[in-house]
Design a protein around this ligand. Structure first.
Ligand code: HH2
Length: 282
């Protein structure tokens, strides 16, 4: 990427033209696909946020509803009950905090507390979400591609050309939000690895990920521990660290500027070595 790219968020203007930023996943859920039940107690989740800070995380991404295929939907009240104490604590740590939600009500409550970024796997398609985000000047957004919802997405994988369809979808969302007055600088785009895509489609999309850079906004990639990596390696979900690091580096090589990961320390090390061996990124 030649010119300087900024991701404007509530409290921070993040420079995405240099070293890729590491977004650390904190799932305050009982049932996430790889770490469900590990941080669903607020005190443990807050300890985990502090641990990630020590490991060099750049952004904390808090999620309180699992999106794994077939996960039961959680109401906004329950999602907020899980999220609130952890979000309050995370916002005091001095680094950007995002909330991973697709519900307008949870977005509103998070925005009231001053969250920096809304990370929405549905790309602001819940009723009222676009207008809500347009009413704030400087909240960052991550817009991800998916089809259907967690119950139906894996039955919706018929694409003529997955990369072109993902690109067209992200372009449509980007333009729709800009028409509402949300500046492009607030937006990062995400191909949505593992969401409504077969193994082959995930791989194809990754190989052609750089085509999405034509949309002019930085890309976030989330490969961490995903089932495609299990298919490639034959590894169970808790044995996918090397595979996740390799996929993360591939996504960076193909232009990702933010990487969403569970294993922050290993990711930070890998990026340091990658940069030292291949020259400064950006
Ligand atoms: N993947 C997951 C959840 N949120 N957000 C973005 N932007 N990109 C992703 O690839 C992405 C995401 C799924 O991973 P995880 O949060 O670990 O699992 P679960 O949804 O089961 O909590």
């Amino acid at each position: 990427m030649s010119s300087r790219q900024i991701w404007k968020t509530t409290r921070f203007d993040l420079d995405l033209s240099g070293r890729p930023l590491v977004m650390g996943i904190v799932n305050v859920t009982p049932d996430s696909f790889s770490d469900g039940g590990q941080h669903d107690d607020p005190a443990r989740a807050i300890d985990f946020c502090e641990r990630l800070l020590g490991e060099g995380v750049d952004i904390l991404d808090l999620g309180a509803e699992s999106t794994r295929p077939g996960a039961p939907r959680v109401g906004a009240q329950e999602e907020w009950r899980r999220l609130e104490p952890v979000l309050r604590a995370a916002l005091s740590l001095g680094i950007p905090v995002s909330v991973d939600t697709c519900k307008t009500e949870v977005m509103q409550r998070s925005l009231d507390l001053g969250v920096d970024i809304i990370n929405d796997i549905m790309a602001l398609r819940d009723e009222g979400a676009e207008a809500l985000l347009a009413s704030f000047d400087a909240v960052g957004l991550c817009l991800m591609h998916m089809r259907g919802d967690s119950a139906t997405m894996q039955q919706q994988t018929d694409y003529a050309d997955v990369t072109l369809e993902v690109r067209d979808f992200l372009q449509e969302r980007l333009e729709a939000l800009q028409r509402l007055g949300i500046s492009a600088e607030r937006i990062v785009l995400d191909p949505g690895y593992g969401f409504a895509k077969t193994v082959e489609q995930n791989l194809e999309l990754q190989r052609r990920q750089a085509e999405l850079l034509a949309l002019g906004r930085p890309l976030l990639a989330g490969w961490s521990r995903k089932s495609t990596l299990g298919v490639l390696t034959g590894r169970a979900v808790d044995e996918r660290l090397p595979a996740s690091v390799a996929a993360m580096l591939a996504s960076v090589a193909h232009g990702a500027r933010v990487v969403r990961v569970h294993d922050v320390a290993a990711t930070v090390d890998a990026l340091k070595v990658w940069e030292a061996l291949s020259g400064p990124m950006g």
